[in-house]
Design a protein around this ligand. Structure first.
Ligand code: IPE
Ligand code: IPE
Ligand code: MG
Length: 245
């Protein structure tokens, strides 16, 4: 691990990292257990992630915890997952608060139970003055849904005369997204070997770098995160232009 840390360039730390935490079900199935067992074992990986975020001073970390499409899973898995989220939310988020990390949420939070929503709002308020980075939890989140929602919102404002068509630009559109005060994502990490975006941060990832690893999310540890950062630091980002411009 020490050797890995030596390879990190502290002048080139991504500002915003987003992780598609995938592979919990397969991790459990490999052990002959039900899929929920994988979700239960995902917490240590989140802990390790937060430690790295603090250590490298990553300003924003977004974790894809539940997608809009995940509601289409079997009812039993959803019920188990909701029960698990409800049980563990307080201790997990309390720990993140103890690390002085601010917590915010993106997605259709209103689709969760009243009790879960209450806890989420409680932690958003409680951590709003924390200064060691921001954790963005994507819950019932879908990129297409987010873009449609922003579009409808703007259309409605134009309709009632609060906004004019000539004022619609990247910046004002961005202001209507869940991520309105958050910079674009620099690095997207996906675990479990899948190489797809699965409706995550579609607008915000326009110029993101992608890093895929075969590690299943419950096995993801600090060293895996450091490896992703080192790999990212070898990339040349051009943003459509040419080098040495
Ligand atoms: C990711 O793990 C967690 C959620 C989507 C909630 P999965 O549950 O997708 O696990 P796999 O991909 O089936 O192994
Ligand atoms: C993406 O994983 C969503 C989360 C990790 C929360 P999925 O397991 O839902 O994605 P697909 O279905 O394999 O594309
Ligand atoms: Mg999956």
């Amino acid at each position: 691990m020490k050797n890995l840390l030596k390879k990190i360039d502290y002048n080139n730390i991504p500002h915003h990292v987003a992780i598609i935490m995938d592979g919990n079900g397969r991790w459990a199935e490999k052990r002959g257990k039900i899929r929920t067992f994988g979700h239960e074992n995902a917490i240590q990986s989140v802990r390790d992630t937060i430690i790295v975020v603090k250590k490298l001073r990553i300003s924003y970390i977004t974790l894809y915890a539940f997608s809009s499409e995940n509601w289409n899973r079997p009812k039993k898995e959803i019920d188990n997952l909701m029960h698990f989220i409800h049980l563990n939310l307080t201790s997990s988020l309390e720990e993140i608060h103890d690390n002085n990390v601010k917590i915010i949420f993106i997605g259709e939070i209103e689709k969760f139970s009243y009790l879960i929503q209450k806890k989420l709002i409680y932690f958003r308020n409680k951590t709003k003055h924390n200064t060691s980075g921001t954790l963005i939890l994507a819950l019932s989140y879908g990129g297409r849904e987010e873009i449609l929602r922003a579009t409808k919102n703007i259309a409605e404002k134009i309709h009632i005369g609060r906004f004019s068509l000539k004022d619609v630009n990247y910046s004002s559109f961005q202001n209507h997204l869940y991520t309105k005060d958050i910079p674009d994502v620099d690095l997207i990490i996906r675990t479990s070997g899948e190489q797809r975006i699965s409706n995550f941060l579609l607008w915000q990832s326009a110029y993101a770098e992608f890093y895929f690893t075969n590690v299943l999310w419950p096995d993801f540890r600090k060293k895996d995160f450091y490896e992703a950062i080192i790999n990212y630091q070898k990339r040349k980002r051009r943003f459509g232009t040419v080098e040495n411009n």
